[in-house]
Design a protein around this ligand. Structure first.
Ligand code: NDP
Ligand code: HSE
Length: 433
């Protein structure tokens, strides 16, 4: 069979890794795909840097549209990122009837519905395994391996940069800034690292996972997002004392009333699998009604692990490009005409256990007043402890049983009004999964 011809947009961390994997494993990949996969054109900004890596056999342009429009190309692989040029290139590729592979979760989480609809009309594939959890084949697992199940929830560590930062701060005592700089050097961070540390990148990925798990359209704008920038070292320390580790989790849960879609720092039991995921590694737990809980672990970012997912998508495209489009695996796991309109729940309706910390004047009746407000809000306390703070003040720390977030909001507002309260009430969610 003739080789499949690829146009590569971007030759940075992931694009460069994709070139390396396609080159070093070319024979093995051809044995799997049934034909060779050849990069014939590339778009970058710095032509000389690309020429040094690729040699003379590949045409190089600074205009991605040249590559997309090149009639020799069967598959466009978008590894530049962003939502503007990348969208134009992908929509044009689809218009020309070319298959697309992308690692661009930001684009798909926001414009995925439009892109998948256009691809469906044209009968082309849009594959995006690398967009979620780097090298872990989590999309394939949910879309194919778990297709017998009603999936009940998905939860995971899906941003390598923040997990790397939290791990380095904990194990090596690095500052937040030093750990972030290392993550950038290692190629884990997004072009705009605020996407990582503010939880936006994890929310992009969670939006895709939620759509894949529950057969709903992608709806990034409804995701609740909190990052790790306002996480205080003392809360990490108190959490440890209570037997928990703080991780940035993405959680999406199907409930009768609707779907939870949220990213935030979360206390997980220190002996749980997720608590022990270190560095830039990712782990995703998926709970299905038939299979129970399953866990997927591996490198969530970086050159070769992410390239592994991109090339796997290319192999899928090579295998399936001659198949009838109706018989391919649907983009979001469910048939395009069978998507559900289950609502995303507002945060007030989310149910979770909570860690609460409050600085108070250390005087009689304080605990009783706080406990009374929690009890009135139907919030049950699981455990608590007090730690002396500065002159005559103390920190009180509560762990609650599972409660409705709206009730926690109300109780927080009332507690905040108490005369002996000396700080904002800090609240972190706790998940035992
Ligand atoms: P990099 O910044 O390392 O690479 C971007 C590449 O795009 C560079 O080769 C750059 O060219 C090229 N480029 C930028 N702008 C243009 C333009 N206007 N025209 C043509 N080429 C352009 O990014 P990454 O490889 O890290 O990320 C790429 C995508 O993969 C993003 O969507 C990201 O979210 C996603 N991703 C990244 C992961 C990672 O671990 N890094 C993991 C999973 C997904 P030049 O080299 O000349 O500057
Ligand atoms: N910036 C992302 C991360 C890259 O740190 O996980 C992988 O998607």
């Amino acid at each position: 069979m003739s080789p499949i011809k690829v146009g590569l947009l971007g030759l940075g961390v992931v694009g460069g890794g994709t070139w390396k994997v396609l080159t070093q494993n070319a024979d093995e990949i051809a044995r799997r795909a049934g034909r060779r996969i050849e990069v014939v054109a590339v778009a970058v900004r710095d032509v000389q840097k690309a020429r040094d890596l690729l040699g003379d056999s590949v045409s190089i342009s600074t205009d991605g549209m040249d590559v997309v429009n090149n009639p020799d190309i069967d598959v466009v692989v978008e590894l530049v990122g962003g939502e503007t040029l990348a969208k134009d290139w992908i929509m044009r590729a689809i218009e020309l009837g070319k298959h697309v592979v992308t690692a661009n979760k930001a684009l798909l989480a926001v414009h995925g519905n439009e892109i998948f609809a256009a691809a469906h009309n044209k009968g082309v594939m849009v594959a995006f395994e690398a967009a979620v959890a780097g090298g872990i084949p989590i999309i394939k697992a949910i879309r194919e391996g778990l297709s017998a199940n009603r999936i009940q929830w998905v939860a995971g560590i899906i941003n390598g940069t923040t997990n790397f930062i939290l791990s380095e701060m904990r194990s090596r005592g690095l500052s937040f800034e030093a750990a972030l700089a290392d993550a950038q050097k290692l190629g884990y961070a997004e072009a705009d690292p605020t996407f990582d540390i503010e939880g936006v990148d994890a929310a992009h990925k969670l939006t895709l996972l939620s759509a894949l798990a529950f057969g709903i359209p992608v709806q990034f704008s409804t995701a609740h997002i909190e990052g790790i920038t306002s996480l205080a070292a003392e809360d990490i320390r108190h959490a440890e004392r209570l037997g928990y580790t703080v991780k940035l989790l993405g959680i999406t849960r199907h409930r009768e009333e609707g779907i939870e879609l949220r990213v935030h720092p979360t206390l997980v039991p220190t002996d749980s699998l997720l608590a022990n995921v270190q560095g830039a590694m990712n782990a995703v737990m998926v709970h299905g009604d038939a299979v129970g809980s399953t866990v997927y672990y591996g490198a969530g970012a970086g050159e070769l692990p992410t390239a592994s997912a991109v090339v796997a998508d290319l192999v899928d495209v090579a295998r399936l490009m001659t198949a009838d489009p109706e018989h391919r695996v649907p983009y979001l796991a469910f048939q395009q005409d069978a998507m559900a309109d289950t609502p995303i729940l507002p945060m007030a309706e989310v149910r979770s256990a909570y860690y609460l910390r409050l600085r108070v004047a250390d005087q009689p009746g304080v605990l009783a007043d706080v406990a009374r407000i929690l009890a009135q809000g139907k919030i049950s306390i699981e455990s608590m402890f007090q730690e002396p703070a500065q002159d005559g003040e103390a920190d009180i720390i509560f762990l609650t049983h599972v409660a409705r977030e709206g009730d926690i909001d109300q109780a927080t507002a009332q507690i905040q009004q108490l005369p002996f309260v000396r700080s904002d009430l800090i609240r972190l969610r706790v998940e035992s999964l």
